[in-house]
Design a protein around this ligand. Structure first.
Ligand SMILES: Nc1ncnc2c1ncn2[C@@H]1O[C@H](COP(=O)(O)OP(=O)(O)O)[C@@H](O)[C@H]1O
Ligand code: SF4
Ligand SMILES: [Mg+2]
Length: 363
């Protein structure tokens, strides 16, 4: 694969990651319960300031039919890890310098496991949108203003299912109805600007799911939408999941949305997963000070007065990172050791892992 070969081996050698960052949770069998197994993924950008380690040893598993939340502040590497899984990282300047992305692909009732970082570009085109679909953040940039909805939904269906004529039209209408677009036959003839924001978001969703993927990556799908559209969109995603059994990777900066939407969560900071596990367990009893700060910044209905906690300081720049824990300059629990050595993985419960030398005391 060109993205790995073009990057100096030395970059991987330098990677400042403890050997125990691969947190194992859930069953081991990729293909049955596990549909996607990402292991030690590393994506670096070569810039004039140095090597930006946007994703630096990220590992997670996605089970069939579950929603995994990936949460973290802006710039923590959430989108770059998703683009890496899709092999859509702009190169140059980006390079996937290491890792595995094993995907269970079921065809004619038979399941095979493939490392998507190793398959040919033509096979990847089939996988992208066929097996894994990414629903982009902003419906206006995801849709082309000069083509009708019929053209855009139809293009995705033609690529993956090779349909034409009447069967294609029927499939387009079915896809639009599936995402609850009223008067689908009329809307299909519209251009994006003729639809409301909520309807455009649904069209992007329809394109994403038209090929019945096994994994949908929804990257901050709600940020450009107003609150009522957001709620409707989140409900729709969950309904589709209940109907189709699709797994969802839900990327957001908002722990409140994670708590509503997700079964499990992985918290990202400076290109790494710092805590992962069942949402309820982590929400009630976070061990990493950064996770705790993210949770404390979520508004709570029952608390009417008082200010939300802000996380002091800025996320670190992801080049020339000092050794040790990158959260140290902002951390209330920091100790001497934190600045010297990256924390190993600790287990707090069956599915609960975190990387911290001086964790939040369990309540
Ligand atoms: N094309 C690029 N060139 C250089 N750096 C990039 C590029 N794209 C992303 N990055 C860097 O990768 C890091 C992670 O970005 P991103 O994954 O978009 O963050 P998030 O989605 O969590 O907000 C950021 O520090 C960003 O500056
Ligand atoms: S390792 Fe140290 S600096 Fe990092 S989060 Fe834990 S206590 Fe804070
Ligand atoms: Mg992003």
């Amino acid at each position: 694969m060109d993205q790995t070969t073009s990057t100096p081996e030395a970059e991987v050698e330098q990677a400042n990651v403890s050997p125990k960052t691969y947190d194992r949770f859930g069953p081991d069998t990729v293909g049955e319960e596990v549909v996607l197994d990402v292991k030690e993924l590393r994506t670096y950008f070569t810039t004039r300031w140095g090597t930006v380690k946007a994703v630096d040893g990220v590992s997670y598993r996605v089970h069939r039919g579950e929603t995994l939340g990936i949460v973290g502040e802006s710039g923590s590497g959430k989108s770059v890890q998703a683009l890496s899984v899709m092999r859509l990282v702009p190169s140059p300047p980006g390079h996937i310098v290491g890792g595995e992305v094993r995907l269970a692909i079921t065809e004619d009732g038979k399941t095979t496991v493939k490392d998507v970082l190793q398959v040919s570009e033509s096979e990847m085109t089939k996988i992208r949108g066929g097996e894994i679909a990414m629903i982009l953040q902003d419906p206006m940039t995801a849709l082309n203003p000069v083509f009708t909805i019929e053209n855009q939904v139809g293009e995705a269906i033609t690529i993956h299912q090779g349909l034409k004529g009447k069967p294609l039209w029927e499939k387009i209408i079915e896809a639009l109805r599936h995402v609850r677009i009223p008067a689908a036959e009329q809307r299909a003839k519209d251009y994006p600007h003729q639809l409301s924001g909520g309807m455009r978001q649904r069209v992007v969703g329809a394109i994403g799911i038209s090929s019945t993927p096994s994994v949908i990556i929804a990257d901050e799908p709600t940020t450009s939408l107003d609150v009522t559209i957001q709620a409707a969109y989140l409900r729709l995603l969950k309904q589709l999941q209940a109907e189709d059994g699709v797994s969802i990777i839900f990327i957001t900066h908002d722990f409140g949305i994670v708590a509503k939407m997700c079964d499990r969560v992985a918290v990202m900071y400076a290109g790494r997963i710092v805590e992962s596990g069942d949402v309820r367990q982590i929400f009630n009893s976070p061990r990493h000070p950064y996770t705790q700060a993210l949770i404390e910044s979520v508004p709570k209905l029952e608390v009417k007065t008082g200010r939300l906690r802000q996380i002091d300081g800025q996320p670190p720049l992801l080049y020339n990172l000092p050794p040790g824990c990158p959260f140290a300059p902002r951390c209330p629990n920091v100790q001497e050791r934190c600045r010297e050595e990256y924390p190993h993985s600790e287990q707090a419960g069956e599915n609960h892992h975190f990387h911290c030398w001086n964790p939040v005391t369990q309540q």
